[in-house]
Design a protein around this ligand. Structure first.
Ligand SMILES: Cc1cc2nc3c(=O)[nH]c(=O)nc-3n(C[C@H](O)[C@H](O)[C@H](O)COP(=O)(O)O)c2cc1C
Length: 186
């Protein structure tokens, strides 16, 4: 079974993006193994600290290397990518060993797709920003700028997000595209 690694770009306890990642995870049931990456212990990137590789960085690299595809769920901060995710991606864009060539990263060539739960924009800004950034990191960006959800005021007041049938189908199509790109027959 293929392995899908989900990366949520919000550490908020009731994160809507995490709620979406969990709901999307259900769509893979029986089709792929899904795991949400925990990376709150990854240090702020500092080139002086790259080698020896910090333990948390080594662990997230291993999780990325052993996955067949990655799905990023990100809020939109000021129309762009939140700092916690940019920090993780900067680490992941770097060579895995001191002697490796500058292009030998854990993410090079890996399939990746993006989604966002945000305000009115449905995360159009962050999804565009991320698809450009991930392409720059030589990742295989699947499903273009991905799908987004524009939260209504009711979700902000209850802290809970309910997905419509139409939204579930939208993410199902994205999931199938990711699995296909990862080499799984649908
Ligand atoms: C610093 C900051 C900047 C934000 N900027 C935007 C923005 O540019 N566009 C938007 O739609 N939402 C913006 N938001 C709202 C978040 O995208 C929204 O609250 C999202 O649901 C947070 O994701 P989470 O629930 O997964 O933490 C911003 C929120 C914060 C904290």
């Amino acid at each position: 079974m293929k392995k899908i690694l989900m990366i949520v770009a919000s550490f908020r306890k009731n994160s809507f993006n995490r709620q979406l990642a969990e709901a999307v995870g259900e769509l893979f049931r029986g089709k792929a193994e899904v795991k949400i990456l925990e990376y709150g212990d990854v240090p702020l990137f500092n080139q002086d600290m790259e080698f020896p590789t910090p333990e948390a960085v080594g662990r997230v690299r291993e999780e990325v290397l052993s996955s067949d595809g990655i799905w990023i769920f990100s809020p939109e901060y000021n129309s762009k990518t939140p700092g916690v995710l940019k920090n993780l991606l900067d680490w992941l864009s770097r060579p895995v060993t001191e002697t490796a060539g500058s292009r030998e990263s854990a993410v090079r060539g890996k399939c990746v797709t993006v989604s966002s739960v945000a305000g009115k924009s449905a995360g159009a800004g962050v999804r565009k920003d991320l698809s450009e950034l991930l392409s720059k990191m030589s990742m295989n960006v699947v499903y273009g700028e991905g799908c987004g959800i524009a939260l209504g005021s009711d979700a902000f007041s209850t802290g809970k997000m309910d997905l419509s049938e139409e939204e579930i189908n939208m993410f199902r199509a994205q999931a199938e595209e990711l699995l296909r790109a990862a080499g799984q027959m649908i």
